[in-house]
Ligand binder design. Structure first.
Ligand code: ZN
Length: 500
């Protein structure tokens, strides 16, 4: 266990605070996961990679981490602010004529697949909202018993005005009650609420609603905010260490989580709130209506009018980590291509550094040795400083520069210094930042040409011995898997018709 102090910018205070875990050496973290009704996109990637890196760094320091990231498979309505419209998943199911759970499962599988490609580690627990209806009903009953919620015709609403008399509503988002009314339209069902700022804990299912459960208030389904409260508390206890999510979730989602917990249990749910910033595309906010919405699948295949080519998952991960999670990232072909080059350099640097041999048992160049050790320490300091991955990447480049110097330096550094260099470089690049060479990429780019050279040589030998039947057999077999051999005077070349 490494006893370093990590500083986290706590969204509650707006300040960087030293992280003190509730239990020494342990960490409980909850992050809002996807609403599974559509293809995972760049915004999903940013949030998942941000908190994956937080998870990875604490594990790297020796913490025992319980990381909970939910799947929202019910309760997220189309018109979020006004809590109106259809459930996003039920709507998709109706349009595609599928079972809602089929839609949720389909997009959950796709999300997990994309996250694995981005080298995002699976969380310790991945609870679904539909699997925790009882816990949500329990918590709603507790809030009602304490006088902070009321029922109207089978729906239950949180009473924001009553709550605000005793507690600070808006402590996370900085909003004041008057602001909360802005942007709300008078809609059907709004009149059920005592106050327009009230939010739904439970919604009555209208006739024909695809997803509904039995509750003390009749058939219905839970609100989106209560799901994260119920599931985080169930698996992490009260309070727990870190709650994360995208900045767009601060209000109303996370503000509601704080209010629900105070209303039900009389205490704050979370000690450190963390929010990652958003992504833009060529300076524009991503939106389906603008035609600049790019899914992760399109990113990896290059199949989108705005993309000049396909980009690998490791490149995408690198682009995201090149910025601090608190800043916005603007995606452009130019930026991603630059990141591709930089990421390749760091990965090849790993091979170079792992291959370095120490010549001496003691440092011959003490100055170089001190620089290496100092930069290794800086990798930790950068991550301790609110997970500054951008600066950590800069330190890895500096280590690479020093490694080149070590090779040129006739005396070099000791085995001990070299071991520190190798462990730090590998540890931060692959374990903490999760930047790893992709087997598929390296097979295609490096191994396949070598394998083909061997096959062509074997075939050439057969032809030299006039065994044309064998040489034709090799050519035809390769053709069946989409590789064309073209014989010419010099020998043979090959082309693939397959997208490897
Ligand atoms: Zn949530």
């Amino acid at each position: 266990m490494n006893d370093r102090t990590v500083y986290i910018k706590n969204s509650l205070s707006g300040e960087k605070e030293p992280f003190v875990p509730l239990v020494k050496g342990k960490l409980g973290m909850y992050v809002c996961g996807p609403t599974v009704y559509g293809e995972p996109h760049l915004g999903h990637a940013r949030s998942a990679i941000t908190f994956d890196t937080v998870y990875r760094y604490f594990r790297f320091l020796g913490y025992q981490v319980r990381y909970v990231r939910n799947i929202t498979d019910v309760g997220h309505l189309e018109d979020e602010l006004n809590e109106q419209g259809e459930d996003k998943i039920a709507k998709k199911a109706r349009i595609e004529q599928l079972e809602p759970m089929e839609v949720a499962q389909n997009y959950t599988n796709l999300y997990r697949d994309m996250m694995a490609r981005l080298n995002v580690l699976p969380p310790s627990i991945e609870p679904t909202a539909s699997g925790h209806i009882l816990e949500q009903i329990d918590m709603i009953e507790q809030i009602m018993a304490n006088g902070f919620a009321y029922e109207r015709d089978g729906s239950v609403y949180f009473n924001v005005m009553d709550y605000a008399k005793k507690h600070h509503y808006g402590q996370l988002s900085g909003r004041v009650l008057e602001d909360l009314l802005a942007g709300r339209r008078a809609l059907d069902g709004q009149d059920q609420k005592k106050h327009p700022a009230d939010f739904a804990l439970w919604k009555k299912a209208e006739a024909g609603h695809l997803m509904q459960w039995r509750s003390p208030w009749g058939m219905g389904f839970p609100g989106w905010h209560i799901e994260c409260s119920a599931m985080s508390i169930k698996y992490l206890g009260l309070p727990f260490d870190i709650h994360g999510g995208g900045m767009d979730l601060k209000f109303p989602h996370h503000e509601a989580e704080i209010a629900q917990c105070h209303a039900a249990f009389g205490q704050a749910p979370v000690r450190y709130w963390m929010h990652n910033n958003m992504v833009t595309l060529d300076g524009q906010k991503m939106a389906k209506s603008k035609g600049n919405f790019i899914s992760l699948g399109q990113m990896f295949s290059g199949d989108h009018p705005l993309l000049e080519k396909a980009y690998s998952p490791v490149t995408l991960r690198f682009v995201i980590l090149q910025a601090h999670y608190g800043s916005t990232i603007d995606f452009s072909n130019q930026a991603i291509k630059a990141a591709e080059v930089a990421c390749g350099k760091l990965l090849r640097g790993l091979q170079l550094i792992e291959g370095l041999q120490a010549k001496e048992s003691e440092d011959v160049d003490n100055d170089l040795s001190a620089q290496i050790r100092g930069t290794c320490e800086r990798c930790y300091e950068n991550m301790d400083d609110d997970f500054n991955t951008a600066e950590t990447i800069a330190s890895l480049f500096e280590l690479l520069r020093l490694a080149h110097k070590t090779m040129q330096d006739l005396g070099g550094v000791s085995t001990e210094t070299l071991t520190i260099l190798q462990n730090t470089y590998r540890g931060f690049l692959t374990d903490v930042l999760g930047i790893q060479d992709e087997t598929k990429m390296s097979f295609q780019d490096e191994l396949l040409p070598e394998v083909m050279d061997i096959l062509i040589e074997v075939r050439q030998q057969a032809r030299a011995q006039k065994d044309f039947a064998f040489s034709d057999y090799v050519r035809d077999r390769l053709a069946t898997i989409g590789i064309q051999l073209n014989d010419d005077k010099e020998g043979a070349t090959y082309a693939t018709s397959r997208n490897l």
